[in-house]
Design a protein around this ligand. Structure first.
Ligand code: TGC
Ligand code: FAD
Length: 392
């Protein structure tokens, strides 16, 4: 890939609303991405390989548990800092952001929010330092958008639980040290269990042949009579609302992350439009190309404003599931549209790995599906404004 010359667009001077800490976190993350991600990511994506060597750096910049209190190893930052970090990391690659979203919001968050003090002390510092990586098992082969139907289950055997079932499409599964797994007890109530690699009957086969998120490892979590110690059950919340509560946090990060991918596509296309000469002019001089760029910067700016306000609400504990859902849906769709337009602006060069656009575009095809599909988020908004759920 070419040198990373990224400059971020700030059309409405949003930087003026950020604190010094926000800017410090964002700029440090950007510098790290330019140094440690941009030069290698294309090769890892082409080879469908997760770049293990960046785990230490992610931990050092605080990307594992940015908003988890420092007493548990987290960075103790606010939600806007968390969002800016996800924006910068996804500017590098959605798969790398995915690893951080899972680790922070889907593994550390439930242990922090629903776990007891022993569980927090046992797992969170190791996850924050990157010594351990985690995965989150909600989706099953027959229950994706409708996780409430899950069939993975556990039985109380007196001194332990016996876990059976399978989860599918699980980010980080192939190499995770721990998995937060959602399963039904004998009464059909959903609980979270912490399953550790090495427990007999627990396997994590990798999912191959992905055209998307190729630098992120995806796999299954398979439980064949796994004996889970009783102390590994998350005691402080049960029911479908428990895993959905984690999704609120991860979806918030994705809403910011998608802006990063969009900004990278826009920045690349803008630069290219000034350099590429056709009919004796830079292509940026043609109205059709200017229309694309003008629409891109308009949509990026709207997404930045939406997300900044959402961050303020989240800091105040007032962001609703529906507000987060709207931002995830809007921003990922916006990023995907921009990636497709930017790809066209680069002509044939747009399909090569010399530029990041095609990789972003293919990654975003997963992002628009995971953490609730585009359609499901539309229905969440529909339910919020009408009061009528249209899922079933
Ligand atoms: P529904 O009856 O609406 O709700 C069941 C209970 O949950 C409560 N609830 C929430 N609680 C906390 N936070 C939320 N966001 C919540 N949403 C709902 C709700 O109040 C209710 O509580 P109670 O006490 O009344 O029981 O549930 P439903 O079965 O009708 O489903 C609703 C629907 C479709 C919106 C939900 O199932 C959904 O969001 N489906 C999408 C599934 C999804 O997003 N899966 C993501 C899997 S993880 C993933 O993709 C990781 S990718 C990671 C990466 O690499 O970045
Ligand atoms: P389905 O639910 O089968 O949906 C198929 C289509 O039907 C979609 O277009 C959907 O919008 C539509 N549809 C479904 N229900 C309705 C309805 N009621 N009304 C209208 N349309 C509907 N899951 C995890 O638990 N942990 C992870 O770490 C994780 N990582 C992932 C990584 C990747 C790369 C991918 C691709 C997925 C990951 N997922 C993970 C799973 C992801 O959350 C699911 O793919 C997603 O929730 C959709 O489920 P599904 O694929 O089964 O699609």
């Amino acid at each position: 890939m070419r040198p990373d010359l990224f400059e971020h667009p700030d059309y409405y001077l949003l930087d003026e609303l950020l604190t010094d800490e926000h800017k410090l976190v964002r700029d440090a993350t950007r510098d790290w991405v330019k140094r440690d991600v941009s030069p290698i990511i294309e090769e890892y994506a082409q080879n469908a390989e997760f770049p293990q060597q960046i785990v230490k750096g992610l931990a050092e910049i605080g990307a594992f548990g940015p908003y988890i209190p420092s007493e548990y190893g987290g960075a103790g930052l606010d939600q806007i800092s968390y969002g800016l970090m996800m924006q910068e990391i996804e500017r590098g690659d959605s798969g790398v952001r995915s690893t951080c979203s899972v680790q922070s919001s889907l593994v550390m968050y439930p242990i922090y929010a629903y776990g007891n003090e022993e569980q927090r002390m046992k797992y969170l510092p190791k996850l924050a330092s990157g010594e351990w990586l985690g995965s989150f098992g909600l989706t099953e082969p027959n229950f994706g958008s409708n996780p409430g139907g899950m069939v993975t289950n556990f039985k109380d055997m007196g001194d332990h639980y016996l876990l059976n079932g399978a989860k599918m499409w699980i980010s980080n599964a192939p190499f995770c040290h721990v998995a937060v797994v959602w399963a039904k007890n004998e009464e059909g109530r959903i609980h979270g269990l912490i399953v550790e690699r090495g427990m007999e009957g627990f396997t994590t086969p990798e999912t191959h042949n992905k055209w998307s998120l190729r630098a992120s490892a995806t796999g299954e979590l398979v439980f064949d009579n796994v004996k889970v110690p009783k102390e590994n059950l998350l005691p402080n919340k049960s029911g479908l609302g428990a895993p959905l509560g984690c999704l609120d946090s991860a979806r918030f990060g994705i809403a910011w992350g998608a802006i990063g991918a969009a900004m990278d596509c826009y920045d690349t296309a803008l630069r290219y439009s000034k350099e590429r000469i056709q009919f004796d002019k830079p292509i940026g001089a043609f109205q059709l190309q200017q229309k694309k760029l003008a629409e891109m910067i308009t949509e990026i700016t709207k997404a930045q404003l939406l997300t900044f306000r959402l961050g303020q609400l989240k800091n105040e504990g007032r962001a609703t599931t529906a507000q987060i859902s709207m931002a995830k849906r809007n921003n990922v769709d916006m990023a995907l549209t921009i990636a497709r337009d930017a790809r066209q602006m680069l002509g044939g060069m747009g399909i090569t790995g010399d530029y990041p656009i095609m990789r972003h575009m293919m990654n975003l095809e997963s992002v628009v599906t995971y953490e609730g599909t585009h359609d499901i988020h539309l229905l969440i908004t529909g339910m919020d404004v009408t009061g009528i759920p249209a899922f079933k």
